[in-house]
Design a protein around this ligand. Structure first.
Ligand code: MLT
Length: 243
């Protein structure tokens, strides 16, 4: 069975996938969870580009695999599909989007990158991002999840935050890449996701008619940690058809 490679979101780390690793490993899958772009103690890539981040991942994986990317992890997966489609035997896009940034979003990212490097710390990034990353249900009912994500964001090195922001600002439109991709695909999103809402999912589904679509109730952007059981069940169910 091919490896399953899980690519985490910004600005957290591989522990986003702890529940999936435990569950899917018990179910017999071989799961890899690389840290991306300087997060979680990984090396900061030489260049702040999606290509450099994707190359780092591929150097750790070394063989064709099923990839699942959540948000920024999805952008990395799209870059792998653009440059090395032969490495992808199945693709899971979670709470992500195929379109590039608007000029405004891009400028905002570059500003954040400059600010964290100048400050030497990530400052109030957690306060700013928590309400966007986590859905209303998680924020009101699961304080332990909120605290876990807060800790990860506070631990994120400024260099990783800046590199990821610059790489995301620079990323191309991936709609043509997904249109070309004919392999197995799954698109998953949280019903309360405001960072990549249903219009973004529709764009991906429109160009990948083969894709299975699954909405996760009571989850925001970080579905993997907000509703881990539901995500585990969907991954196991859909991926078992891809062997
Ligand atoms: C993420 O969760 O990885 C980020 O929200 C992605 C982004 O900023 O576009």
């Amino acid at each position: 069975m091919t490896h399953l490679v899980l690519l985490h979101a910004f600005p957290v780390n591989r522990h986003l996938w702890d529940d999936q690793v435990e569950y899917l490993t018990k179910a017999g899958r071989r799961v890899l969870t690389p840290d991306l772009a300087g997060f979680g103690g990984s090396a900061v890539p030489q260049e702040a580009t999606m290509t450099a981040i994707a190359d780092q991942v591929l150097s750790q994986v070394g063989q064709p695999a099923v990839f699942a990317g959540l948000s920024m992890g999805g952008y990395v997966l799209m870059e792998i599909l653009r440059l090395h489609p032969e490495m992808v035997t199945g693709a899971v896009f979670m709470d992500t989007k195929a379109t590039a940034d608007t000029q405004e979003a891009r400028a905002q990212r570059l500003q954040v990158a400059d600010a964290v490097l100048a400050a030497g710390h990530t400052g109030d990034l957690a306060e700013v991002m928590l309400p966007k990353l986590l859905g209303e249900t998680t924020r009101s009912r699961s304080p332990e999840v909120v605290e876990k994500v807060r800790t990860w964001i506070e631990e994120a090195p400024p260099e990783a935050v800046a590199t990821a922001q610059r790489a995301m600002a620079d990323r191309p439109d991936s709609v043509p890449t997904l249109r070309r991709y004919e392999g197995p695909a799954l698109v998953v999103w949280g019903s309360e996701d405001t960072i990549s809402p249903s219009a973004d999912q529709k764009t991906m589904l429109d160009v990948m008619p083969q894709a299975v679509a699954r909405e996760i109730p009571d989850a925001g952007h970080l579905t993997a940690i907000e509703q881990p059981s539901a995500v585990n069940d969907v991954l196991l169910e859909v991926l078992s058809d891809w062997r």
